[in-house]
Design a protein around this ligand. Structure first.
Ligand code: GRF
Length: 207
């Protein structure tokens, strides 16, 4: 007997290439999941238009439609719960989540960040900052989310070497290639029950 596919909520604010990678992995049969809600805070995000065009369920919760950021996120949390989301993935989400939101999805909320955490944490410019710092290797990190931004237990990381002639765009493009593999893999490990959080560490259990 095969287990039911994992019910996934995906949070997007931007282009949505990670959402596309998750959707592609599901379609190829590599990720036993189904997207039950694409949630966004940005009605104009390309990711929202793309998700609608795919026929995915989409909910948009702009800050301006609510009295506060906390209320907008509370509405998003309710929508995710009503959709039955078992795991929520921040795939290019650009707002700090409230402690209430994080608590509602404790242990089942993931983020992807374009650096090797804890380097270049807490910024929307991690790729530019890595280049400006002169690092020779950067990469991307998938981690469980805790109230402190970009500080939760690390699930998977991939390293990306910095080339002599890299620009922020060329480096980001190579980081994205890694992200698009890493995030579906992390979700698949979670879906298979193979991730165990032990303090700061995430232990990956044998299949
Ligand atoms: C990714 O680089 C991710 O690491 C960061 O936001 C970006 C989202 O890209 N958190 P996309 O919207 O998935 O194309």
């Amino acid at each position: 007997m095969t287990a039911a596919p994992l019910a996934l909520g995906v949070l997007v604010s931007g282009r949505g290439t990670n959402l596309m990678a998750i959707h592609a992995a599901i379609t190829r049969g590599e990720l036993p999941a189904r997207i039950v809600l694409v949630g966004s805070n940005r009605p104009e995000a390309p990711a929202v238009a793309w998700a609608r065009a795919q026929g995915l369920p989409v909910g948009v919760f702009p800050r301006t439609a609510y009295a506060s950021r906390a209320e907008a996120q509370a509405a998003l949390a309710r929508a995710l719960q009503e959709a039955g989301a078992e795991l929520v993935v921040m795939a290019g989400w650009d707002q700090v989540l409230t402690p209430a939101f994080v608590a509602a999805f404790e242990g089942r909320l993931m983020n992807i960040h374009p650096s090797l955490l804890p380097a270049f944490a807490g910024t929307m410019h991690a790729v530019e900052d890595a280049l400006a710092w002169g690092v020779k290797v950067t990469g991307c990190t998938v981690h469980y989310v805790t109230p402190e931004v970009d500080a939760g237990p690390i699930i998977l990381q991939a390293a990306v070497p910095v080339a002599e002639d890299d620009t922020p765009d060329s480096l980001l493009a190579r980081i994205h290639e890694q992200e698009h593999q890493l995030l579906p893999r992390a979700i698949a490990l979670h879906a298979a029950g193979r991730l165990r959080i032990e303090g700061r560490r995430v232990r990956i259990l044998d299949a």
